[in-house]
Design a protein around this ligand. Sequence first.
Ligand SMILES: [Zn+2]
Length: 195
Amino acid sequence: MNAACGSAPAAVRRSGSNPEPFASSSDTPGGAGDRAAYETLHEPADLHRWLRGFVEVAVAPVTDADLLQAQRLREGIWQCMDAWADGTPLPRAHVEQVNRFALKPSLAPVLDAAGGRRWAEPASCDAVLSTLARDLIEVLTGPLGDRVRRCGGDHCPLLFVDASRPGRRRWCSMQRCGNRAKVRAFRDRQHGERP
Ligand SMILES: [Zn+2]
């Protein structure tokens, strides 16, 4: 048992280097307003694929109603993290939304024969959404509460939770905004070195 994991939320514990909960991950953008253009969850199959990657076990079939619920929670998590990152009051309607999801049964952990841990399967969409909602509550009220940040990339609206030990993460993802910033810094340096 890794003591460093402590009370880290499930999404953090499970995915290690990719700790963003559902709504803030660059893997599952989309939502209201400007974010609609980046929607990735168009149909139940898209959601099923994402859930499968998140829980790493079999996932029960996903319906249109599940998709709607997932989009609703994603928006709730996003709005709460957005306000939190800015230090503004959390939007009450979205807080209530998140709390409603958190009230449902969450994913259940099980031991495997090798002493490892995985989620009981098949995981239901409801259980994953509950786990994500609970994760948000843990993130905001736990040691990672002051690690909710906005990506430093140009025009990138994504939020992230910096769960790294040093706490100096600046980008939504290294592959996306981190590399772009590095390339730009390299070009700027080259430009500056010219006679
Ligand atoms: Zn970014």
